[in-house]
Design a protein around this ligand. Sequence first.
Ligand code: EPU
Length: 343
Amino acid sequence: MNLIENISLKPYNTFQIDVSAKYFLEFTNIDELEEILNSTVYKENKSLIIGGGSNLLLCKNFDGVILKNSIKGISIIKETENHIYVKANAGESWHEFVMYCIENNFAGVENLSLIPGCVGASPMQNIGAYGVEIKDVLHEVEALNIPTNQLEYFNNEDCKFGYRESIFKNTHKDKYIITSVVFCLNKKAILNISYGAIKDELAKKQIQNPNIKDISDAVIAIRSSKLPDPKILGNAGSFFKNPEIDEISFKEFHEANPTAPYYELTNNISEKQYKIPAGWLIEQCGWKGKVIGNTGSHKDQALVLVNYGNAEGEEIYQLALAIQQSVKEKFNITISPEVNIYR
Ligand code: EPU
């Protein structure tokens, strides 16, 4: 156990906020994790578990112990006629895992290329992009129950996935540390090219019969053109979730804003729900591309808040509040952060 004191967290959060942590401990296997959980420093301090730090806004120094999950390794655990079950440990980079799948022709995660962060965080908020969510391919999550120190296993249903939601963000928050995830991938690709931008990208390259590598390349091209690279410009991807509203609110909204994009949600048949892109709402409020001090809403994607250099977490948080308020005033719609905020 290598205890580091007073460390800058700048390299550990993609917003690149320069706050410090009182203590920092990294673990590379379950034995090391158990040793940490039994240690005095862990028991006597508050703690925060991080992976890639890609969905995190730190507003002040962390007066406790940061636990960095660096359990690495990818292995095939089972194979059937049509499927391959791949186990990835929580500290693996998500994108590198996707690249491993593409190289080996394991289909199902190609639409999720270039998402920042680690495998362990992917089930927490059911990461998703371009028509695919992790719940579509997740077989099982292995997680350490902190109070009992026992490993537990959650199948897809147990995880109670929703839009950027899972049991690990709700009832099980702070009670479990995800150690690995098993994905059920397809040997014969079932491509999802429903998303317009993917179709456009493939047409641009004149690809008529795409394979998973073509889809992955298209997604990488789309993301690179619209989303800032967190290594260059600090950000945490979409700052807010796209709001979901009921039919009555939607009718009112649609009448007042007939050209606004929207998606009808089909998962709840008894009560119709509509999703409105938060990026559109924020842009309509005049925030897109606006620079305020060291922060702002990105010029190509209003939903992404960025750190132009030396932003403090609190500055970004205050911007988020102002954006939230103006969307509420203009559209009477509440947008909620997707990012975890510590202040
Ligand atoms: N839009 C605007 N202005 C903007 C941004 C978007 O009008 O500044 C409009 C677009 O024209 C489009 C709609 O909003 O009609 C949706 O935009 P986009 O396709 O860029 O997707 P999004 O809804 O803004 C979501 C995810 C992204 C994911 C993309 C692609 C959330 C919160 N975000 O963004 O995920 O990559 O779809 O599937 O659901 C993330 O979660 O960090 C993330 C980047």
